[in-house]
Design a binder for this molecule. Structure first.
Ligand SMILES: O=C(O)CC[C@@H](O)C(=O)O
Ligand SMILES: [Zn+2]
Length: 573
């Protein structure tokens, strides 16, 4: 067990107050240099096609951004983070998000409403941490993709686990419903209230408690922002085992509560493996200390696993112990165009064989994704127009060796027609620029209007079939039907855009997409979780007995059902 030591990271707190710079990070250094890739890799190692062209065709930075004030109506409501920084969200005329209960049939459960006495009690527990200003409550009531809105009138900002414990003890006694909230970057409506649940924000719980430089074990409070933690451990020659597009806003506690997957899953696996311990406050205020830093602990039921992916329905995660892998000495990225999905699959299987253990990510996107990224985010594709694109990342300990391996794989892929065009980067600025094309697809899609999102786990060979199927099924009724995602993990993001929400379009998509997924023995949620949006489709991926056990666990740990009601569990069961 490690000794906990408080290492205050002053800038965490400052950042959560400050307004973000709005320039996209990938472009923040100004115009990208027009130069050949690779200073460090001998030209002989690279396929000729890769050397023949400038790799960096990113266009000029976007024009001046609007005054995107966090919390203001029409903003994304994301106080910090790449997505918030990368795009202005206060476009005039952005429609008001409808109340969740107006769009979806849901009945308020008989919880109490917050009284003046409750507010006074909260003020005693968290002095200065009780927010009731309607303006300030707008953003935390709306989900990141601006499709759902709750009507909470109180947000609490504790700093310590003890304060969380006192809050929950009070709420439990008073039968007040609570919505735990991290960075509010979820895709399934799990982090915002449905009615007037009290929002319990982890934003001020942002301290690193300890870091072991030999083992790489980090212990921190739940509200640490993922990107801040990444910087913290990278300065010490480690990396976080997870990375996602929302890293600038999302909190580690929220990542764990939702079992976030992301871009490093292929290499480092799920949080079920990398999280070593958790501290959780239960619904009645009891603090459950499972914050071990042991790699091996075979003492019966591993209770922390219950809370990973429980989306705040079983307890509020207040601290996390996580195993950080050593920082790879060399990270290379190849961005390639493929003529068809069969070639994408073949590229994956060939590169697994040829790159072996240095392969750390294999992502794909279709042509429409690229068109939208180019159109909305002022980036330019570094390769010729293709039906599909793949991003391959290697992480290893020997820069020359890794680049050589990747180079000979690319040569093979180009020579055999699996790939028609490509570029490769070892310089970290350029690596980030290539990643931006993939990481920022969700942001580009959100500029298109309403987005119907599906996050499916599928046998990799069938991954794109549902995109083709839905495209044919919806025809002109959809604006765009796109497929992209973590191909290496068998995880498809099927997104459908339309001018506005339409019940008939939704009816054409659901349950069709879920039925199709069930026929492939897939999962209706690969990494985004269940939240509010998917609670009634769990039956497509879980047998009735599993759902019954989930209900029983919920009743055991939260008998009054005050923690994140209307989420994760089916509404009818
Ligand atoms: O918006 C989506 O559907 C996916 C978002 C995220 O999981 C990604 O992989 O980019
Ligand atoms: Zn994803």
């Amino acid at each position: 067990m490690c000794i906990k030591r408080e290492i205050p990271l002053g800038h965490f707190q400052a950042r959560s107050q400050q307004l973000p710079a709005l320039a996209p990070r990938a472009l923040s250094t100004g115009l990208a240099p027009k130069e050949e890739p690779e200073a460090s890799v001998p030209a002989a190692m690279l396929p000729r096609q890769l050397l023949a062209r400038p790799a960096w065709l990113f266009r000029c930075p976007p024009g001046p951004r609007g005054a995107c004030v966090p919390g203001a109506a029409g903003s994304w409501g994301r106080p910090v983070g790449p997505l918030a920084r990368r795009g202005c969200c206060s476009a005039p005329g952005t429609p008001e998000v409808p109340l969740t209960r107006e769009r979806y049939p849901v009945r308020r459960l008989p919880f109490s409403t917050v009284s003046e006495q409750d507010l006074a009690a909260f003020e005693r527990i968290v002095p200065g941490g009780v927010v009731t200003d309607p303006e300030a409550l707008q953003a935390p009531n709306v989900d990141w993709i601006r499709t759902l809105r709750g009507s909470s009138k109180v947000l609490l900002r504790p700093r310590t686990s003890e304060e969380v414990s006192h809050i929950l003890r009070h709420c439990h006694e008073r039968n007040l419903a609570v919505n735990p909230q991290g960075g509010n970057t979820g895709m399934v409506g799990g982090s915002i209230p449905v009615f007037d649940e009290i929002i319990l924000s982890t934003a001020r719980m942002n301290k690193v408690l300890s870091f072991h430089s030999v083992s790489g074990i980090l212990v921190c409070q739940a509200g640490c922002v993922l990107e801040e933690l990444s910087h913290y451990v990278e300065e010490r020659d480690f990396i976080m085992p997870l990375d996602l597009g929302a890293k600038g806003s999302c909190h580690i506690g929220g990542n764990v509560a939702t079992n976030a997957g992301g871009l490093r899953f292929l290499r480092y696996g799920s949080l079920h493996g990398t999280v070593l311990g958790l501290e959780v406050v239960l619904a009645d205020g009891t603090i459950l200390d499972c914050l071990t830093s042991l790699r091996k602990d075979n003492t019966g039921y591993d209770l922390k696993q219950l809370f990973i992916g429980s989306e705040g329905t079983l307890g509020v995660i207040t601290a996390v112990s996580i195993l950080c892998p050593p920082k790879p000495r060399a990270v290379n990225v190849a961005f390639l165009g493929c003529p068809g999905f069969a070639e994408v699959l073949q590229t994956f299987s060939t590169c697994k064989g040829m790159l072996g253990e240095i392969l750390s990510a294999f992502e794909f996107m279709d042509a429409v994704c690229m068109q939208l990224v180019v159109r909305h985010l002022h980036l330019a594709s570094p390769v010729q127009e293709s039906p599909f694109y793949v991003l391959i990342e290697t992480s290893g300990s020997n820069a020359g060796h890794d680049a050589e391996k990747l180079g000979s794989f690319l040569e093979h892929a180009l020579g055999s027609g699996l790939v028609t065009d490509g570029t490769m980067a070892t310089d970290q600025t350029k690596v980030k620029m290539l990643w931006a094309l993939r990481e920022r697809i969700a942001e580009a899609l959100s500029r298109e209007g309403y987005v119907y999102k599906y996050d499916l786990s599928l046998p990799v060979e069938r991954l794109y079939d549902i995109v083709t199927d839905v495209r044919a099924r919806l025809g002109p009724h959809a604006k765009h039907v796109v497929g992209y995602g973590h191909l290496g993990d068998g995880n498809l993001h099927l997104n459908v855009t339309a001018e506005a929400f339409s019940p008939s379009l939704l009816g054409a998509l659901e349950p069709h997409v879920y039925e199709w997924t069930a026929r492939q023995q897939g999962s209706v949620s690969a990494e985004h979780g269940v939240g509010f949006r998917k609670r009634d489709v769990l039956g497509y991926s879980k047998p009735p007995k599993a759902l019954q056990l989930m209900q029983q666990l919920k009743a055991l740990l939260d008998p009054k059902g005050i923690l994140n009601p209307y989420k994760t569990l089916p509404s009818q069961a």
